[in-house]
Design a protein around this ligand. Structure first.
Ligand SMILES: Cc1cc2nc3c(=O)[nH]c(=O)nc-3n(C[C@H](O)[C@H](O)[C@H](O)COP(=O)(O)OP(=O)(O)OC[C@H]3O[C@@H](n4cnc5c(N)ncnc54)[C@H](O)[C@@H]3O)c2cc1C
Ligand code: FES
Length: 295
């Protein structure tokens, strides 16, 4: 049973993960696949791993898990080269090994009473949404719909969707091929004028979808989101306005990532009043209503 005081008992592993593939995409984005069988076996959507990007860098860097194959034993990440650590990671080659701690963190917990799951991923917040969509699609009970937003080119070639989604403007057809192949409807948004994408904020596209539903259908909706802080705050406001439950995955600077240093705390409202919670082990997934969005 889950013990909140020892959240990672017997489920957190240190592995020397061999790089199987590292592919680069426009916008200094990379998809990294590593062999890490124990992490692959235990990771849940929302989990992340703490990676030693290069042997010279002592501080590890946290990355969300985008997907796993527990049988083959691999784990996949999507990351953007934004600084020293991720730049060093981008230079690593297949065949090399990376020390990796994972899976870490409290994952997303979908509610079976709300099978219409709206997954919202922005920028490098896309990976956990893909992982969640992939898990949900294996059980026909769930009806995942994925919205992805990016202001740099998407790390895949968008294709016109074969799924009609009520409420989505007719010209908004761009979808993610991987999700199309897996039978999950998706749509893309950007303010960069990419063809077929919704021209605006991802939350406005979500609003189109929600407004097309009747009350009974909307009562079956729950929202899951990961992305930049302003996008998460806007998603939380949207959820509040439509009275929908919403889980968000937060990002904070991390040192240890295993609950020991309190370097990643955020203000969370609890039944006992405001409290400092560690994003690494008390999160990264939190109920959006409990997050103090002004921090
Ligand atoms: C739980 C979690 C999951 C994450 N998942 C992903 C992912 O899937 N893909 C991905 O590309 N990135 C992800 N990140 C962010 C990633 O960890 C940082 O981009 C990375 O640590 C930056 O390290 P760096 O040395 O390359 O850059 P630095 O030189 O440390 O920083 C470069 C820039 O990034 C900013 N930055 C660094 N860390 C963070 C952070 N935690 N939050 C906000 N801004 C930051 C800095 O302010 C600076 O502007 C995640 C972070 C967390 C906490
Ligand atoms: S990073 Fe050390 S407690 Fe979270």
């Amino acid at each position: 049973m889950h013990d909140p005081n020892r959240p990672h008992r017997n489920t957190l592993f240190v592995e020397d993960a061999q790089i199987l593939a590292q592919d680069s995409y426009p916008g200094k984005q990379y998809v990294l696949r590593v062999q890490a069988p124990r992490c692959a076996a235990h990771a849940q959507p929302g989990s992340f791993a703490h990676l030693q990007c290069s042997p010279e860098l002592l501080m590890r860097r946290p990355l969300s898990i985008m997907g796993t194959d527990p049988d083959a034993g691999w784990v996949e990440f999507l990351y953007k080269d934004v600084g020293t650590g991720t730049h060093a990671l981008a230079a690593r080659k297949p065949g090399e090994t990376i020390s990796m701690i994972g899976p870490i963190g409290i994952p997303f917990t979908p509610d079976r009473a709300r099978p219409r799951t709206l997954l919202i991923g922005g920028g490098v917040g896309i990976p956990p949404m893909l992982f969640l969509a992939d898990r949900l699609r294996t059980d026909r009970h769930w009806q995942p719909f994925v919205l992805m937003g990016s202001e740099v080119p998407f790390p895949f070639h968008a294709q016109p969707s074969r799924f009609m989604v009520p409420g989505v403007p007719a010209e908004v057809i761009a979808a993610m091929p991987l999700l199309e192949d897996r039978g999950v409807p998706s749509r893309l948004s950007s303010r960069q004028g990419y063809p077929g994408c919704f021209d605006g904020y991802i939350t406005d596209l979500a609003r189109h979808w929600l407004d097309a539903m009747d009350d009974a259908a909307r009562r079956q909706v729950s929202i899951f989101a990961c992305g930049p802080h302003p996008m998460l705050a806007a998603t939380a406001r949207l959820a509040e306005e439509y009275r929908l439950p919403c889980q968000v995955s937060l990002e904070e600077y991390m040192a240890c990532a295993v609950g020991g240093c309190a370097g990643c705390t955020v203000h969370i409202n609890t039944p006992n009043g405001p409290a400092m919670k560690r994003v690494c082990v008390d999160g990264p997934v939190f109920d959006a209503r409990t997050v103090n969005w002004s921090q």
